[in-house]
Design a protein around this ligand. Structure first.
Ligand code: NAD
Ligand code: WQD
Length: 344
């Protein structure tokens, strides 16, 4: 079966392409390379022995989206990763985010409406919950007013899909609310490639340890948490990728209870920033250079998932520990550094 993976050369997309190929799916990956490099194709091939079909295209071009579906009439499912995802950038450039994260979604759904039977998996985010009142966070937790245009595109994106599915019974969709994806494939052939200064904690840690960054700033240790630093649910990206295959198979086998479902994807365990640093130091054997600074505006105090629904309904559970995820992130950073030195 042929599966379209938008953003297929990105961080989570590339790991999902690997897992889809491992399960015997034929993959068409499309990507405009705005936040990925074409070399990721080689990394995927190095792992699975097979390059996916690849199309370099910008999904904001409606005609190109229509051409894509005319060319691949046998697409059995779509996993939609392509989006802009930097919270800070979205504050500066809201229209870039609304066009890229919502305009593209509308174009894809319009193509799926033409198909007799369409299966659609959407990359959503725990950001839709804002600061949830209760931990762990279940799928029934209220969606809070978004604190950024990026977060709003995930909330509105879910609503667009829900409203479309209500009037289009031939589209079956699942929104997956990721918590904090970290780490890399254990082969270190693919991983996270943040452009510029990493906004996220784990790539900043590994880039500091490898000497690319001077020092990690810990954004506040005066929160009402056991060690004063914020708590998140850090999930290994390979576990996350496997959940997408499970969700797709649920739809392909018509096991869904309604034609729009939502699942949290996390480990169910919260870890503080200092615990992530301690985990890194354990697995790398290196002391991390960091300092405590002021809080980062917009940070929620804590967010970790209730994963009961994904565990019992999807039949999926995260397998990797924080240490295993941090080890894979570190091994990937070392590989990137090695490749960088070989090129210079
Ligand atoms: P990423 O930037 O690595 O991957 C997105 C990919 O989409 C990139 O390869 C980029 O080049 C491509 N892309 C962007 N706009 C495109 C367009 N108009 N046409 C074609 N390709 C386009 O990001 P990621 O971390 O892999 O995230 C994937 C999805 O998961 C995104 O929708 C993101 O919002 C969501 N998400 C990510 C996280 C996280 O922490 N990484 C958490 C929750 C949700
Ligand atoms: C984690 C913790 C920071 C960097 C973001 C987006 C979210 C989703 C995942 C897309 C926080 C602390 C971080 C640093 C630090 N992306 N931190 N120093 O903020 O939970 O979620 O990425 O969907 O939408 O908001 O992840 O990795 O940025 O931060 O102290 O240099 O690490 O304060 O407590 P976050 P993060």
């Amino acid at each position: 079966m042929k599966i379209l993976v938008t953003g297929g050369l990105g961080y989570i997309g590339s790991h999902t392409v690997v897992e889809l190929q491992n399960e015997g799916f034929e993959v068409v990956a499309v990507d405009n390379l705005s936040n990925a490099s074409i070399e990721v194709l080689d990394g995927i091939e190095a792992i699975t022995g097979k390059k996916p079909l690849f199309g370099q295209l910008d999904l904001r071009d409606k005609a190109k989206v229509q051409e894509l579906f005319k060319k691949h009439t046998d697409i059995a499912g779509v996993i939609h990763f392509a989006a802009s995802k930097a919270v800070g950038e979205s504050m500066e450039k809201p229209l870039l985010y609304y066009e890229n994260n919502l305009g593209v979604l509308v174009y894809l759904l319009k193509e799926l409406q033409k198909k007799e039977n369409a299966n659609f998996i959407f990359s959503s985010s725990c950001t839709v919950y804002g600061q949830a009142d209760e931990m762990p966070i279940t799928e029934n937790a209220p969606v809070k007013p978004a604190e950024s245009p990026y977060g709003n595109t995930k909330q509105v994106g879910e609503e667009i899909i829900r409203d479309t599915c209500r009037v289009t019974p031939n589209i079956k969709a699942i929104a997956l609310r990721y918590f904090n994806p970290i780490g890399a494939h254990p082969t270190a052939k693919i991983g996270e490639l943040p452009l510029g200064v990493p906004q996220n904690l784990v790539p900043f840690i590994t880039q500091t340890a490898v000497g690319l960054r001077e020092q990690l700033s810990v954004f506040g240790d005066d929160y009402p948490t056991p060690d004063g630093t914020c708590i998140r649910d850090y999930i290994h990206v390979v576990d996350l990728a496997k959940a997408h295959v499970k969700a797709l198979q649920r739809l392909l086998k018509d096991e869904n209870e309604s034609n729009y479902e939502v699942f949290n994807l996390g480990t169910g365990k919260g870890s503080s920033v200092l615990e992530v640093i301690q985990s890194f130091e354990r697995v790398s054997g290196k002391k991390l250079n960091y300092k405590i600074v002021d809080r980062r505006p917009g940070d929620v105090i804590q967010a970790f998932a209730d994963t009961t629904k994904a565990n019992t309904v999807l039949g999926w559970k995260a397998q990797s520990t924080l240490d295993e995820a941090m080890k894979s992130a570190w091994e990937w950073e070392l590989q990137v550094e090695k490749n960088r030195s070989a090129k210079s």
